[in-house]
Ligand binder design. Structure first.
Ligand SMILES: Nc1ncnc2c1ncn2[C@@H]1O[C@H](COP(=O)(O)OP(=O)(O)OP(=O)(O)O)[C@@H](O)[C@H]1O
Length: 393
């Protein structure tokens, strides 16, 4: 029951749909002059927002000026009938999420890292951040070469940050740098952090921080230490720690620095026959079911939530317990339930400080009688529990 797309793009014909994202569909197509096969992405913003269309157009123009083997080649872009279209080269080798699922060698992971660092070096030198580095945005040519796509939320580096512009963050929280989660100004080091998260995923086959919701994941990026790699991968720990440092000053400062470091690893890996992973050939990747990329998370007010939470936590450390006993409205109830969810995730992961901070926040700011939070705080911090009981009952 595939609906056909009713838009006509001058100089292009649309063929079959090959993928879908949050606001976008991607089709095979043909450019008529000069004749060539292309992939055409059509984005239909909610409410046909002219500002979003204008931003997409600017971003398409920016990417079209890039000329790099590891950045998708854009042939044409524009706005037609409130839709934005982008005609680009076809990347028929699947995406990195599929590769990770199928299994990937360490050598291959490092080669992909170099390709992506080179792509970022090119765009950063031209003042553009990617801002949405994730495995779904790393596609492959059929010969296996990695290509960075979807500068869909890229912004010129000196333009207004997406926080101040719309009061929301666009992008998945799994690859979000700490400074970004906290709503601070970001620079190229934030893209390099995201690339570090991708490296962890390639090495371990799972995300560096998981959580019940966007908040819990972002909170982990801000506070959680980088997990220890298993013994057989411990040789990559220092690299990973540097990529995922909480403070951007402790990371690689430029893609160029990262590339030279990665090359050393590749040199060491090359002569070794890697038997730790089974590598699925590319045909298997392309045959694998294509997961459509999930709609980007829109994290409204995340910055405020994290800031409020941190503030509350520090105050709780310093001051005597103060309890809010007012009746909660529905928004506050929702916020409390989000905090309880995140706290439970941290508790199960034995992230005691984070769990304690969240449970205390629930008891002091929302509901000092909340049974779940009381039971946990009783285990985590008996003194605080007694204080809360005394202040509440
Ligand atoms: N040039 C291309 N060649 C082949 N497939 C492509 C190409 N560009 C995108 N795709 C595929 O089309 C699908 C949707 O694209 P894309 O993820 O860019 O949409 P999106 O809405 O921007 O995604 P997101 O929700 O992550 O922002 C994906 O499966 C992607 O792999």
């Amino acid at each position: 029951m595939e609906e056909s797309y009713e838009i006509t793009i001058p100089n292009f014909t649309l063929g079959k749909e090959i993928g879908r994202g949050g606001m976008a569909r991607v089709y095979l197509g043909e450019q008529l002059e000069p004749k060539r096969k292309v992939a055409i992405k059509i984005v239909t913003p909610q409410g046909n927002d002219p500002k979003i269309l204008e931003d997409l157009q600017k971003e398409g123009d920016t990417v079209a000026q890039f000329s790099h083997p590891n950045i998708v080649t854009v042939f044409s872009c524009g706005v037609i009938e409130s839709n934005y279209y982008l005609a680009m080269e076809i990347l028929g080798g699947g995406d990195l999420a599929q590769k990770i699922e199928a299994g990937i060698t360490e050598l291959e992971a490092f080669n992909i890292m170099i390709d992506m660092a080179k792509a970022l070096e090119h765009s950063h030198k031209r003042g553009t951040l990617h801002r949405d580095i994730k495995p779904e945005n790393i596609l492959f040519h059929e010969d296996g070469q990695a290509v960075l796509v979807d500068f869909g939320i890229a912004k010129a580096q000196n333009s207004v940050s997406e926080f101040t512009r719309v009061g929301a963050v666009v992008g998945t929280p799994h690859y979000m740098s700490p400074e970004r989660a906290l709503g601070k100004e970001i620079d190229e080091r934030s893209d390099l952090y995201a690339l570090g998260v991708v490296l962890y995923e390639m090495l371990m086959g799972k995300k560096v921080f998981e959580g019940g919701d966007t908040f819990a994941i972002s909170y982990a990026h801000v506070h959680e230490p980088v997990p220890d790699l298993p013994e057989d991968k411990a040789k990559y720990q220092s690299l990973l720690n540097k990529l995922l440092a909480k403070n951007p000053d402790d990371r690689f400062q430029t893609s160029t620095q990262l590339i030279s470091q990665l090359k050393k690893y590749v040199r060491r890996l090359k002569p070794v026959t890697d038997t730790t992973h089974s590598f699925a050939p590319l045909q298997d990747m392309t045959a694998a079911k294509k997961k459509t990329s999930p709609m980007p998370f829109i994290i409204t007010g995340l910055v405020i939530v994290v800031a409020v939470l941190l503030g509350t936590w520090f105050m709780n450390q310093q001051n005597a317990i103060e309890i809010n006993q007012t009746t909660l409205n529905s928004e506050q109830l929702l916020e409390m339930s989000n905090k309880l969810g995140a706290a439970e995730v941290f508790f199960k992961q034995q992230n005691i400080n984070q769990a304690e901070a969240l449970y205390l926040s629930v008891l002091t700011e929302f509901d000092c009688k909340n049974e779940d939070a009381r039971n946990r705080i009783k285990i985590l911090n008996r003194a605080k529990y007694d204080q809360i009981i005394a202040a509440c009952d």
